[in-house]
Write a new protein. Structure first.
Length: 202
């Protein structure tokens, strides 16, 4: 969960906002004009994780229109549920590229802070596409129980759960819809089907 953020070019859940840094799409964050960095963002995890790799994807930033806009030097800091953040490294991201940065040794953390220190020379904006932290849970986590009947904007939705497998259905006007997916800790990822449309969401 994103808990602290620097200003961005856009707001809410639009493209180029802090929320987009970890949504699975490479259309991530863009600075306000003239505010090139540093910019910092802090997330709190849903438990303790042993983090071993930082992945940064700048393949979809707007290099063609704004040469040098890609984030260049990015610092990663990790912390437990309480206490101070500790830097685990500052990494140079290839311009307009995607790169993985192994940390060398897994670090157990509950919180993460990323500091974007600048770009490759653009004088108007800095952009960073997507951030991923890879690792494993420090301890097993109970699966979320999500089955039941739910009132939604699509009408009543019924969800059943078998272990980590999620299944559901709903009626929406004259249409029916189905969904299926998996649960992992507190997260449920599903895909659903309506006639003529396939959609995916978290």
């Amino acid at each position: 969960m994103l808990t602290e953020e620097s200003p961005s070019w856009s707001t809410g859940l639009a493209d180029w906002t802090p929320w987009r840094l970890t949504d699975g799409s490479p259309l991530g964050w863009c600075s306000p004009e003239g505010k090139l960095g540093p910019a910092s963002f802090t997330w709190t995890f849903d438990g303790d994780w042993k983090v071993d790799t930082l992945v940064i994807d700048d393949t979809e930033v707007e290099e063609e229109s704004y040469a040098g806009i890609s984030a260049k030097n990015v610092e990663l800091l990790l912390a437990g549920a309480t206490g101070d953040f500790k830097s685990v490294g500052t990494f140079t991201v290839p311009q307009g590229k995607k790169k993985s940065f192994p940390l060398g040794k897994a670090v157990t953390a509950r919180r993460a802070k990323v500091v974007i220190k600048g770009n490759w020379g653009n004088e108007r904006f800095t952009e960073l596409g997507e951030l991923d932290l890879l690792g494993v849970r420090a301890e097993p986590q109970k699966l979320a129980k999500v089955e039941g009947l739910f009132a939604t904007t699509y009408g009543v939705m019924r969800i059943v759960q078998e272990g980590d497998q999620i299944f559901g259905c709903y009626e929406y006007g004259t249409l029916g819809g189905y969904l299926w997916g998996t649960a992992s800790g507190r997260m449920v990822k599903t895909i659903w089907y309506e006639p003529g449309e396939t959609r995916e969401d978290d």
